[in-house]
Design a protein around this ligand. Structure first.
Ligand SMILES: C[S@@+](CC[C@H](N)C(=O)[O-])C[C@H]1O[C@@H](n2cnc3c(N)ncnc32)[C@H](O)[C@@H]1O
Ligand SMILES: COc1cc(O)c2c(=O)c(O)c(-c3ccc(O)c(O)c3)oc2c1
Length: 374
């Protein structure tokens, strides 16, 4: 056995072994990337760089952040790591000695850190609440339970519930800080997605006069659709405690309290954004059957459609997109024991719910827009 092992090692070149070791360090310390990103958002670094015109030297950046003197020397380490990971740009600059520093003063090399497309998404108004939710203590504590969760025969109990004694939604019911975090995260994700949907696939709403956003939360997506397409009357269906107290900010957006498992109000089109990935295949069939009944009642015969915004895992154009999809899948498993689905899995659900055909447009990065027809 030992001989076999050493032969296997010899077959692997030293270069490959060293590369493999570096790869393992990257992955085992990968949580430090998440926490460095979390720190950058908490410290307000993307906003600070934005205020500096998009890029700043470390001294300029430090002058806008309220860090204690003892920690100021360490900011360069955080910025260096995040730049290596592609979150910020780092451009070497040469500091010319200030007047009066003397002829002989050496020009000191320095770095200017800047925003790139990734960190620009973290400037206020972007998706930094999603980062804070994904790296929140409640999520991290749940992830620490994963080995125990795999080993324990705990029928139907996700790792989140094993760690906290309740589901994420139950936690939002009494932990106001967590509730605000989840609402801000889902709201920011919807604002950003709505902009892209309107820009990339506005034709989806052609001919639609009424739309119900099922599980539409505080109505961020419905409001964006109503603003972009004034011919669409929108309503949001969500659980009573979610819609209670929500004030509509657009005259053609209404709110209805209800259970999508029981009834979906009639409309030309039904939207489900990031809802089905919380549910089992059987529950998705139930929800989609109610949605099909809603368009059968609300739209002209044969017209009407269900619009799903969710991931379709597999064969994306970028490996980062696949990585994001499988990470979201792990997150769904940890929170709800639900999943992100591949096309064949979706297809089975659509057919069981009585739809005749569907169209997938992979135009939203890790998510797709899927249209279902009766
Ligand atoms: C992951 S959130 C998605 C929210 C929104 N669509 C978005 O993308 O920001 C899922 C939503 O489904 C709602 N929900 C859960 N169970 C529901 C039910 N039985 N009937 C209606 N809505 C429900 C939740 O309250 C929550 O707002
Ligand atoms: C109560 O906690 C929940 C419940 C959910 O149902 C979702 C959910 O559905 C979801 O998409 C996300 C999510 C969206 C975008 C992200 O970048 C991200 O990291 C997570 O988080 C959720 C959190």
């Amino acid at each position: 056995m030992a001989e076999e092992e050493s032969r296997a090692k010899m077959a692997t070149s030293s270069a490959e072994l060293l590369q493999a070791e570096a790869e393992l360090v990257r992955h085992s310390l990968g949580y430090l990337k998440s926490m460095a990103l979390h720190s950058a958002v908490k410290l307000g670094i993307p906003d600070a760089l934005h205020r500096c015109g998009g890029a700043a030297s470390l001294p300029d950046l430090l002058s806008t952040l309220a860090l204690p003197c003892s920690k100021r020397p360490y900011l360069s380490r955080l910025m260096k790591m995040l730049a290596v990971e592609g979150i910020f740009t780092a451009v070497a600059a040469v500091d010319v000695p200030a007047a009066g520093e003397g002829e002989g003063a050496a020009a000191a090399p320095s770095v200017r850190y800047g925003l790139n497309p990734v960190s620009r998404l973290l400037v206020s108004g972007g998706v930094s609440p999603c980062v804070l939710m994904g790296t929140s203590p409640l999520f991290l504590e749940a992830s620490l339970r994963l080995p125990q969760w795999f080993q324990r025969d705990s029928e139907g109990e996700p790792a989140f519930a094993m760690a906290h004694g309740e589901s994420p939604y139950a936690a939002t019911g009494h932990d106001m800080e967590f509730n605000a975090l989840v609402n801000e995260a889902m709201g920011s994700d919807s604002r950003y997605m709505a902009e892209l949907v309107v820009r990339e696939c506005g034709e989806v709403f052609t001919g639609v006069t009424s739309l119900v956003d099922v599980g539409g939360g505080n109505g961020t997506m419905a409001t964006a659709i109503a603003k972009a397409f004034p011919h669409v009357r929108c309503s949001v269906l969500d659980l009573p405690h979610v819609v209670q107290g929500v004030v509509s900010t657009h005259e053609s957006v209404e709110f209805a309290a209800g259970d999508m498992m029981e009834y979906v109000p009639p409309a030309d089109a039904v939207l489900l954004k990031c809802v089905l990935h919380n549910w089992s295949d059987e529950d998705c069939v139930k929800i989609l059957t109610k949605c099909r009944e809603a368009i059968a009642q609300g739209a002209k015969a044969g017209a009407g459609k269900v619009i799903i915004i969710d991931a379709v895992v597999g064969s994306p154009s970028h490996s980062q997109v696949l990585e994001a999809q499988v990470l979201m899948d792990m997150q769904m498993m940890m929170l709800f024991m639900s999943k992100e689905r591949e096309e064949l899995n979706w297809q089975k659900i659509f057919m069981e719910a009585g739809f005749s055909h569907y169209k997938i447009q992979p135009v939203l990065g890790m998510r797709s827009i899927i249209q279902l027809y009766p």
